[in-house]
Ligand binder design. Structure first.
Ligand SMILES: Cc1cc2nc3c(=O)[nH]c(=O)nc-3n(C[C@H](O)[C@H](O)[C@H](O)COP(=O)(O)O)c2cc1C
Length: 346
């Protein structure tokens, strides 16, 4: 039974307490981040997320510094609350993008897509922002903490988009007991309901990051076809891409099964052939694959071609059942988490 203390239940109090560190770090009401999603996480979704008390993150993806400059300014005009910017480490203009974040006094920069290049952490901190990095293994998490990152995201293979090989539950068990007291750790991948949020908070997480659950927010600019594909899909439709050639290491991507999967195999074959023929170097070959994904995602998110584009989605897609305002999604997650904590003995 809910024990009411002036409108706040015991479960809500427990949730607020468990989220306090993460929320203070982000400057938000709740320690829930909407992970950056290329083409989806732009001014509308990001500002709506931060206005709803969560923490939105702009996906810079392949944007030029000029485009990022305009996107941050436009987001700022739509919310007074903090939000972050996600930068991809292999972007050729990474340091210019960091300078754009500093110019706008962005409080949090999330570095994705690999280990931070030399000097990037220092450059972000010199601009006044906190740095959040993805930690794929415990050893790398410890290394990143020694290098001065302010917080970490650990993301399991249930997630949508680029994924590692290990599940969220295993990463959380391996890593949280060792690192959760050193820096705030946000758990991502496969979270669709608040009960899971409560579970990871109990394990020591400072907060969580969700992507898939926010794609069908009313405020999301994703094409109606993209949202419809999410609403129809079940967990087993969100599959990881298959590596075609062992010599061409490509990071797997989790997306809904469609004809685009075959196009990706064809693309890998084409890139592997140019690699064999000495026409491109390995780094260039890998960049070509990444550009392919950005283009394929755009085709699905913006143009609505969900058959040939990439409909990146995590396994939690089965729990996305309708389009609804982001504030309602946050309210549902919070209520589920609070209700789960309400049932705890203490
Ligand atoms: C459509 C889509 C696009 C994404 N694009 C990016 C990206 O550009 N950069 C990034 O760091 N993560 C990206 N992600 C991962 C999310 O930021 C987030 O970490 C992930 O969705 C969390 O797992 P979940 O999907 O199970 O909630 C993307 C995810 C999706 C579903």
């Amino acid at each position: 039974m809910s024990e009411d203390r002036g409108g706040t239940t015991v479960g809500q109090e427990r949730l607020t307490r468990r989220m306090a560190r993460g929320a203070a770090f982000l400057g938000s009401d709740v320690a829930i981040m909407a992970g950056a999603m290329s083409w989806v996480s732009e001014r509308n979704l990001v500002s709506a997320m931060s206005n709803a008390g969560g923490f939105g993150v702009i996906a810079c993806g392949a944007m030029t510094p000029e485009l990022l400059d305009a996107e941050i300014a436009a987001t700022r005009a739509m919310t007074d609350n903090p939000f972050g910017v996600n930068l991809i480490t292999m972007h050729p203009a990474l340091f210019d993008l960091i300078a754009v974040c500093a110019k706008h006094d962005v409080g949090h920069v999330v570095l994705a897509g690999g280990l931070p290049p030399k000097g990037s952490l220092e450059a972000i901190k010199a601009g006044g922002a906190k740095v959040i990095c993805f930690a794929p293994t415990l050893a790398l998490a410890k290394k990143l903490i020694r290098s001065g990152v302010d917080a970490l995201v650990i993301e399991g293979m249930e997630a949508g988009g680029h994924i590692g090989p290990v599940s969220t539950s295993v990463l959380a068990q391996e890593m949280l007991p060792e690192i959760a007291e050193l820096v705030p750790v946000f758990v991502a991948g496969g979270i669709g309901r608040g009960e899971a949020i409560a579970g990871y908070l109990d394990m020591g997480a400072a907060g969580v990051q969700l992507g898939t659950r926010f794609v069908c927010a009313t405020e999301s600019i994703a094409h109606a076809n993209f949202k419809r594909a999410f609403i129809r899909a079940s967990a087993r439709d969100a599959v990881a891409s298959v590596q075609f050639d062992p010599r061409l290491p490509v990071i797997p991507v989790r997306a809904l099964k469609n004809a685009g999967g075959e196009l990706f195999t064809a693309k890998q074959r084409e890139v592997a052939l140019s690699l064999d023929g000495g026409k491109v170097e390995m780094l260039e070959a890998q960049l070509q694959i990444e550009h392919y994904w950005a283009g394929a995602l755009r085709r699905a998110v913006i143009d609505g071609d969900v058959e040939h584009g990439s409909v990146m989605a995590g396994q939690s897609v089965g729990m996305v059942t309708k389009e609804e305002p982001i504030a309602e999604i946050i309210a549902a997650l919070v209520a589920e988490a609070a209700s789960a904590l309400e049932k705890r003995a203490g």
